[in-house]
Design a protein around this ligand. Structure first.
Ligand SMILES: Cc1ncc(C[n+]2csc(CCOP(=O)(O)OP(=O)(O)O)c2C)c(N)n1
Length: 653
């Protein structure tokens, strides 16, 4: 333990020196935190347990087995850095081979991941324990509270170690935390302990008890370890602006490393000769690691591994697909039946969300029967805490489960934006392809059901913008089945947006047996020659209602249902525009910077010479959608007739 604490200190000093010499761009310090970091790991079993070290946890990383060479490969942002291949700041630990999930710089997002991993291990019965680390500042984040609540509800084998170093950058604890950190555990129904984080033996004893409790299935523990950091927050920070030198000196007198050395010497466990030898070995190993890492290869692939399974564009669709065989059903029943098929076929699937479980089976009944048939481990209710619904899904997926979190209405997905965009979407890229997040986020979206402003929103443009996500929208029962199977088979995070207007409106065959609709493949719903209507979801449905009216008027429309918004099936659009030379893009979202803007830009850019008319969009004006009054919603929501009007204008141009 002493050797590791010393190594942690020496590495820190060396990193800061390298940064000051201009050889490293940015470093984060751990000095002062060595006891809590190193000793906490000594209570764990590296075979079965998982750790979530945060950016200050050099001692945790080293004690867990990261080598000085690996550390410096990260400091110098080299290709072979095992955590991120130089794609993240240093000390952003990750390694699937060592049960370390990829960490971001976003304060607090790791806590739901850790709860999700603990939940996965508990369902699997591995006996593994998860330790998640953070600063006291991180306990102000909603994600921390949501994760503690989740862990308490499910009695998870989770230990949360908070390294309270008295400041979050410049903000002192009394301006950060009402009451105290460790006492908050009581609110979540498990024990919280305040310990001296500079006393390695107190840390170890507290951790051992927490680990025993977790392994015995008794649930989580919160440990608040008081300590102090000696360097500034990061190499970019000037701590003299908010801490007095006297204060720093007073904490330096409680140095955990000196304290351990004194203990060992006083108890005749370490001689001066031993001490000198350990120091010499540590310094020598370190010098070699710096030399090797500094001369290692730099990364040179800035655009790879955004996805675990990139989707290449295939040949264009030019004709409507044959209608599959099966009994007629509606969209919501098709989704429910497909979920049952998936749960039957894949034992490792888990679904959770608000009201999804036994009894209700979802507010729209999408998940009806899943808990009864497959049990409460595989389909269960969650608290009303969307960020943790996605965050825990991310964590649980890291343990090998295929997780399908449900967000009750797309209007309520916004609290989870951070987990989707900063975490799920980036995990593959930031871990250099070593992690992926195979989750399928299902949510009903869109208007037309008198749901007013908070049961009507369209959210697709927010997520289609994000590299790392896949976004699909089914508009028929058959596509719902085919796309959901593909989404579950896919190793990347997929947003499965369900146009709720169509839940009972869209009827069609539910294909028997295997039926796959590949992600990234649009459908020609109707072949035509005069103009192309490009749409998805409910608008694709209404565009089809407009077809016979337009044909009666002598206009031959082609209708493309995109189905997949990310990736976009460009070849199918291109082939159609080359045939019709006119494009009308439709969605029920606002027009400004909506999804249609991207499609319009690509058409203008890549098929300019084939166009006979300006690229047109039919989308909604810049108002928060949707107003409640039927008269207001009706005047905004597109219909077959209003589509015909736009199509006629475009055909005449
Ligand atoms: C969500 C979020 N908000 C703000 C920041 C900027 N930031 C980085 S570290 C930090 C302070 C964190 O303090 P604490 O959790 O106590 O950990 P410490 O750095 O003191 O170890 C802040 C505000 C961030 N990275 N993420």
């Amino acid at each position: 333990m002493y050797r590791l604490m010393l190594l942690t200190r020496r590495i820190d000093d060396r990193m800061w020196a390298l940064q000051r010499q201009g050889r490293a761009a940015f470093v984060l310090g751990s000095s002062g935190h060595e006891a809590v970091q190193v000793a906490s790991v000594f209570a764990l079993d590296k075979g079965t347990d998982w750790i979530f070290p945060y950016y200050r946890d050099m001692g945790v990383g080293l004690a867990w087995g990261f080598t000085p060479l690996e550390v410096f490969l990260g400091v110098f942002a080299k290709r072979d850095d095992p955590s991120s291949g130089g794609r993240q700041l240093p000390s952003h630990w990750s390694d699937p081979d060592r049960n370390v999930f990829t960490q971001s710089s976003v304060i607090g997002t790791q806590f739901p991941h850790a709860a999700g991993v603990a939940h996965g291990l508990k369902i699997k019965g591995t006996g593994g324990v998860v330790v998640v680390y953070g600063g006291e500042g991180a306990t102000s984040e909603g994600d921390w509270h949501e994760a503690m609540n989740w862990a308490g509800i499910h009695d998870l084998p989770l230990i949360c170690v908070i390294e309270n170093n008295q400041y979050a950058i410049s903000v002192p604890t009394e301006e950060q935390v009402a009451g105290s950190v460790h006492e908050r555990a009581a609110g979540y129904g498990f024990p919280g302990h305040l310990i001296d984080g500079n006393d390695a033996f107190e840390v170890l004893a507290t951790m051992k008890a927490a680990v025993a409790r977790a392994r015995a299935g008794e649930g989580p523990t919160l440990i608040e370890a008081e300590t102090y950091r000696y360097y500034a927050h990061t190499s970019d920070d000037n701590d003299t602006l908010y801490r007095s030198r006297d204060e720093v000196e007073s904490w330096r007198k409680k140095d955990p490393l000196a304290r351990m050395r004194t203990y060992l010497i006083e108890n005749r466990l370490l001689t001066e000769a031993d001490e000198a030898q350990i120091d010499a070995e540590v310094v020598e190993g370190l010098a070699k690691a710096v030399e090797e890492a500094e001369s290692a290869s730099a990364p040179d692939e800035p655009t790879t591994r955004v996805y675990a399974r990139p989707i290449e564009p295939g040949p264009p669709a030019t004709e409507p697909e044959p209608v599959p065989q099966g009994d007629t059903t509606n969209l919501i029943t098709a989704i429910n039946r497909t979920l049952h098929e998936i749960f039957e076929q894949h034992e490792d699937t888990v679904l959770f969300g608000e009201d999804v479980a036994r009894g209700k089976g979802g507010v729209f009944k999408a998940t009806e029967g899943l808990t009864d048939v497959f049990g409460p481990d595989r389909c269960f209710n969650t608290p009303i805490a969307e960020s943790s619904i996605i965050g825990c899904a991310i964590g649980m997926s890291a343990t090998g489960f295929k997780v399908l979190p449900e967000i009750q209405f797309a209007d309520y997905i916004h609290p989870a934006f951070n987990q989707i965009v900063s975490e799920a979407a980036r995990a593959s890229y930031r871990s250099n392809g070593r992690w992926s997040v195979p989750i399928v986020i299902r949510t009903p979206y869109g208007a037309g059901i008198h749901g007013a402003q908070y049961h009507s929103q369209s959210i697709e443009s927010f997520y289609s913008h994000v590299p790392g996500l896949k976004v699909v929208v089914p508009s028929t029962p058959a596509d719902a089945k085919g796309l959901l199977h593909s989404a579950v088979d896919d190793p990347d995070p997929v947003m499965f947006l369900e146009p709720k207007k169509l839940y009972r409106l869209a009827k069609g065959p539910f294909p028997e047996g295997e039926h796959i609709v590949p992600l990234g493949k649009a459908a020609i719903r109707h072949a035509g020659t005069d103009l192309t209507i490009i749409s998805y979801g409910a608008m694709a449905h209404f565009a089809m209602e407009a077809v016979p009216i337009l044909e009666e008027l002598g206009i031959s429309p082609e209708v493309i249902d995109l189905r997949s918004l990310k990736p976009l099936d460009w070849p199918t659009i291109e082939a159609s525009i080359k045939k019709t030379s006119r494009a009308l893009i439709m969605h029920e979202d606002n027009e400004f910077a909506g999804y249609g803007a991207e499609v319009a830009a690509q058409i203008a850019d890549k098929t300019f010479e084939w166009l006979d008319a300006p690229v047109k969009r039919y989308a909604l004006p810049d108002v928060p959608l949707m107003p409640y009054a039927g008269s207001l919603e009706h005047s905004l929501y597109p219909t077959a007739e209003s589509i015909v009007e736009r199509a006629q204008e475009l055909a005449k141009y």
